[in-house]
Design a protein around this ligand. Structure first.
Ligand code: PLP
Length: 389
């Protein structure tokens, strides 16, 4: 077969592999996906139907997105993220993921190094590989809840470093990077003229005393940040495939050149749905947050009963957590998770997918109904009791 070395270099996703294996087993307790299980609120679908009836959605939109939508996004970025945004600094993207891919393509040359605080979202690693860049992992500090290790980032910098790519709140750990640390990160970026590409997909899902901070709100960073956001998580709009990014107005046309060959523009009906999501009541977001908080607390309680098997850091955000596997078989997270699926009918994601420091862990999603969490942990309690007994 003829395929590029670039694509051959990209490892198979364990998330998709676990999904495939899970489909072969009946009645699986499924904790593998970082995907809202609720549907989008009704008013969003109604706005989309309205736009179809009015005949607004059959053509292409501007590659940057509908102006009215970008105006509304700029308003949201000023209000919630304290980013001094205007529509010329915004591009609507096919979810956050295509925005990050386009930002990486537009800023990375072959051989450039991209620093990733690790563990990190596996797709980010693949996006760097797809741009023929080199992922360089800077481990986070697990004992401090997978906090950013500023010294590790400094040490990772070489003359080939071009960018730092992070997500906060984090997939897979649920860590919310603190403002003070992100300010230090900004200083490093400015000192070495590095781009910072952020994935802020879970910006609204932060718990306890944690606060989401957008590094682009630091005025000096104006030319050094591309910030990526999404409707997927905030409004449970996974299938609508719509997100957006913010960057300096001089960089936007370059990123748009990377976006057009893959997308031309974002589905227009989704842009009208997103407009309604931003303009109408935000109560649904608070409702989702409350649901995830309660599910997080339940999952932590259930993990407390398995403290000989797992050790966990309480996630401050997102709807994911990343326990360390204490038993010997956990050293190979892929084998461990596949056995757990086959023998206990619980589907999780092996930590090895999330960079080298992810090995020995597994990712659990609490974005599922509470009955699913209870079902998974009831099964695991029986399974591990039998295993050890
Ligand atoms: C950190 C992170 N970024 C991006 C995405 C994908 O988001 P979107 O649907 O907006 O492309 C996910 C999905 O799980 C995610 O966890």
């Amino acid at each position: 077969m003829n395929y590029s070395k670039r694509v051959a270099n990209i490892p198979k996703s364990a998330i998709h592999e676990m999904t495939r294996l899970s489909k072969q087993i009946e009645d699986v307790a499924f904790l593998s996906w970082a995907k809202p299980t609720s549907g989008a609120p009704d008013h969003i679908g109604k706005a989309a139907i309205e736009a179809i009836k009015k005949g607004l959605v059959d053509g292409y939109a501007d590659g940057l997105g509908l102006l009215e939508l970008r105006q509304e996004i700029a308003r949201k970025l000023r209000r919630d993220n304290h980013i001094n945004a205007n529509p010329a600094q915004i591009m609507v993207t096919v979810g956050a993921i295509e925005g990050i891919a386009a930002a990486v393509m537009a800023t990375i040359d072959p051989g450039d190094e991209v620093i990733l605080p690790s563990p990190t979202y596996s797709t980010h690693i693949n996006q760097v590989l797809l741009a023929s860049g080199k992922p360089v992992f800077a481990p986070t500090i697990e004992e401090q809840g997978f906090m950013l290790d500023i010294e590790a980032i400094r040490k990772a910098i070489t003359p080939r470093s071009k960018a730092i790519l992070y997500c906060s709140p984090s997939n897979p750990t649920g860590t919310v990077f603190r403002e003070q640390q992100l300010r230090q990160l900004a200083e490093i970026a400015l000192e070495h003229n590095l781009m910072v590409i952020t994935d802020e997909a879970y910006e609204y899902f932060v718990f306890d005393d944690h606060k989401h901070f957008s590094i682009a709100s630091i005025p000096e960073m104006k030319k050094n940040v591309v910030s990526c956001f999404t409707f997927t998580k905030t409004y449970a709009m996974t299938g609508w495939r719509i997100g957006y990014l913010h960057a300096d107005e001089e960089l936007i046309p370059q990123i748009n050149k990377a976006h057009i060959p893959f997308a031309i523009c974002v589905s227009v009906v989704s842009q009208y749905a997103a407009l309604a999501a931003l303009k109408e009541s935000q109560d649904c977001v608070a409702g989702f947050r409350q649901k995830y908080l309660s599910a997080r607390n339940l999952m932590c309680q259930r993990l407390d009963h398995l403290n000989l098997i797992f050790e966990y850091q309480k996630p401050g955000g997102s709807y994911l957590m990343f326990p360390k596997i204490l038993v010997a078989e956990g050293k190979n997270s892929k084998t461990f998770c596949e056995k757990l699926l086959r023998e206990a009918k619980v589907s999780t994601t092996p930590g090895v997918d999330f960079g080298p420091t992810g090995e020995g862990h597994l990712r659990l999603s609490f974005c599922v109904p509470e009955e699913m969490i209870n079902k998974a942990f009831d099964r695991m309690e029986v399974y591990f009791k039998n295993e050890s007994g």
